[in-house]
Design a binder for this molecule. Sequence first.
Ligand code: HEC
Ligand code: HEC
Length: 186
Amino acid sequence: MPAWAEPPGDAARGSRVFASKQCASCHRPSGQSGVGPALERLRHPQGAYELAGRLWNHAPAMFTGLTQERLEWPRINAAEMADLMAYLGADPTRDPAPDLVKGRLALVAKGCLKCHAFRGEGGRIGPDLAEGRERYAPPATWAAAVWRHTPRMAAVAIQREVLYPRFSGDEMVDLLGFLRSGTGTP
Ligand code: HEC
Ligand code: HEC
């Protein structure tokens, strides 16, 4: 299915995704003890690429927790991710317009080019980030790619004791704005 045909997320289905993908085992309603922050702290109005940035940041903590429990990293496809994001309060209209100059800088500053090329320049470990622009939009498709990608990165970072890149503020919005624009317009 082309990315632009992705159906909008449904919060009620997202609540079931939250339960079935292990999220609910670490994120419990406030008052009950859980490994991660309480459910109420995750669910609030937020931008969609902003939430994708939070999911990126979250990989090392979750990777460590799941490894201790000997659980597999849950697979989440783009449709499930759209539902999960609706449940968590993500709204693409809350993301600001990207700053493409800052996005270009983030590509370097976040270490992407250590492993990836962009238009042929950079690392050779992962795919060239100028290719495959269907991964970058809509936001749930990108969040699903983040979800597939980050456990491997987190594992490498933990093994080699290198700093895992984290996103704050609008950095993910800017980086994705740059990646979408840098690969040509649809
Ligand atoms: C093994 C335990 C564990 C599981 C399973 C888990 N989380 Fe988390 N989560 C954590 C911990 C610990 C934190 C806080 C530390 C961090 O963000 O690095 C966290 C933080 C978060 C945050 C907030 C991050 C931020 O920067 O504000 C979000 C959003 C989140 N989790 C979503 C999810 C979703 C969605 C799932 C299921 C697909 C999930 N989590 C499954 C442990 C878990
Ligand atoms: C430590 C090396 C490493 C770093 C750093 C890294 N990646 Fe990756 N990336 C990989 C590898 C290896 C793959 C190939 C498949 C996989 O494991 O997801 C990949 C795959 C991807 C994919 C394709 C995922 C999919 O399933 O469609 C995207 C998009 C991506 N990386 C984006 C980024 C961005 C953006 C950054 C910087 C913020 C980054 N990567 C940093 C190693 C890295």
